[in-house]
Design a protein around this ligand. Structure first.
Ligand SMILES: Cc1cc2nc3c(=O)[nH]c(=O)nc-3n(C[C@H](O)[C@H](O)[C@H](O)COP(=O)(O)OP(=O)(O)OC[C@H]3O[C@@H](n4cnc5c(N)ncnc54)[C@H](O)[C@@H]3O)c2cc1C
Length: 417
């Protein structure tokens, strides 16, 4: 947790201590923390109100714990619907249930809620940043049609695919040839006024379908479908033509288990390139969130990863840098090499491969692996209904084994440049 503090800063001639370009989730959260800590923060975004764009719409577990730890949880609870039970299905059957706090929301409303929690000391500027000039002591930010802003530190939080970074020679390198495809749309109950369950996750079976999530968001039920399929694939194209029909064919017993439905909104879709920023260890500038590394939407790690960036940057590195007169690239490098951040970045990339393999591989080995995975979950779920204590012990055993396997995987993986 960050303590409110007012650091003694070296005399500075800059307009602001920290300029953050990009007021999506990562930039806004960073501005909240740094503003609360007493720094002079300027947050710049081209949109006064974040538009209705398709991004994360559901979080749980680690992301919620991190938001609570950073005292950033309250805005989430105003913009989202809580739910704590998810029915999991595979091949026409209920596999088990997941318990634990989750929240469903529309991304633009979440960003709006986070922006409304910005401390008054944060100066929010609406404008399109067109040029950047950086150095160890001064950063210059040019905004279309407005005066230039100078800062001691520049944080780039412009998400994926902006062109601004190119000014600084920072390029996005594709680090995986997997290209996850995501669909998002609302569903409404048919012949009833509510669905039989609050939330449901239906896993694919080696057919390029990762999973379908159904969950509550304010005012409706939302569906997120994650695939590893070529967008030109005829099956994918037909999703746009007759989505309901395609879903009921691909997910047997979905209607029986969840309830009949109709599509209640436009269909959003998004193809993600998994990319990392190259050449970002430069004087006076630091990248966070998707601007640094994009993650596979199906892995559900995007928010946890960006929260790690925000937490490590705002709670550890900025307080050190702000006591210095210059923030050169060697100081900046410490943030990218931070062990906690590296662990998170590596896990996020590994999860893309794991999801891809589980979703697409059809050889005997992977088929058996899938079968074993879901069979074990069904058995555990059966045990849980007879002996919850025994099931808890088995779960603990599984968690310890999974953690040690991930730990060795991370230690054996080279950090990304
Ligand atoms: C379809 C989809 C589904 C996803 N699902 C999940 C999920 O289930 N779970 C999960 O954890 N993660 C998920 N993610 C990932 C998660 O949404 C992202 O990691 C997160 O939204 C990134 O936030 P950000 O602040 O880095 O970028 P953004 O939210 O994209 O914000 C970037 C901001 O920068 C501003 N900007 C850009 N250029 C300029 C400029 N030149 N001048 C001024 N402003 C500028 C933009 O206006 C924007 O406000 C998903 C992503 C996608 C695309």
């Amino acid at each position: 947790m960050m303590n409110r503090r007012y650091p003694e800063l070296p005399t500075s001639e800059t307009d602001t201590d920290i300029a953050i370009v990009g007021g999506g989730l990562s930039g806004t959260l960073a501005a909240c923390l740094l503003g609360r800590a007493g720094y002079r923060v300027t947050l710049i975004d081209r949109h006064r109100v974040f538009p209705q764009e398709f991004r994360v719409e559901r979080i749980g577990g680690e992301a919620i714990e991190k938001l609570q730890r950073l005292q950033l949880f309250a805005p989430l609870s105003t913009a989202a619907v809580p739910f704590d039970e998810i029915v999991n299905m595979h091949k026409g059957h209920v596999v088990d249930r997941t318990y634990g706090q989750h929240y469903g929301f529309f991304y633009n409303r979440l960003v709006a809620a986070m922006r409304s929690a910005l401390p008054e000391t944060v100066n929010f500027v609406v404008g399109q940043v067109r040029g950047l000039r950086i150095g160890a002591a001064h950063q210059r930010i040019s905004i279309l049609g407005q005066d230039e802003i100078t800062a001691r530190l520049l944080v780039i939080a412009t998400g994926m695919g902006d062109t601004l970074r190119r000014d600084l020679g920072i390029l996005h390198r594709q680090i995986s040839d997997r290209r996850p495809l995501a669909f998002g749309f609302n569903i409404r109950p048919l012949r009833s006024n509510r669905f039989r369950h609050t939330a449901l996750t239906y896993h694919g079976d080696g057919d390029g379908i990762d999973h379908l999530n159904l969950f509550p968001v304010p005012g409706t039920t939302r569906a997120n479908l994650f695939l590893f399929r070529d967008p030109r694939d005829p099956w994918v194209r037909s999703l746009h033509d007759d989505l309901k029909q395609m879903l009921t064919a691909a997910f047997p017993s979905l209607v029986d288990t969840f309830g009949d439905f109709e599509i209640g909104s436009r269909i959003d879709s998004w193809l993600t390139d998994i990319t990392a920023a190259d050449n970002c260890r430069q004087d006076g500038v630091v990248l966070i969130g998707d601007a640094y590394l994009t993650s596979c939407p199906a892995s559900g790690l995007g928010v946890s990863r960006l929260l790690t960036d925000v937490e490590r940057l705002c709670c550890t590195y900025v307080p050190q840098w702000m006591t210095e007169t210059a923030i050169d690239h060697t100081k900046i490098a410490a943030y990218y090499d931070d062990p906690e951040k590296l662990d998170m970045d590596i896990s996020s990339v590994q999860m893309t491969d794991r999801h891809f393999n589980l979703t697409t591989k059809t050889d005997v080995g992977w088929r058996l692996r899938r079968q074993f995975h879901f069979m074990r979950r069904r058995v555990l779920y059966g045990i849980e209904s007879i002996s919850p204590a025994l099931a808890t012990r088995l779960h603990q055993l599984k968690t310890i084994r999974a953690r040690s396997a991930l730990r060795s995987a991370v230690l054996n993986t080279k950090p990304m440049a």
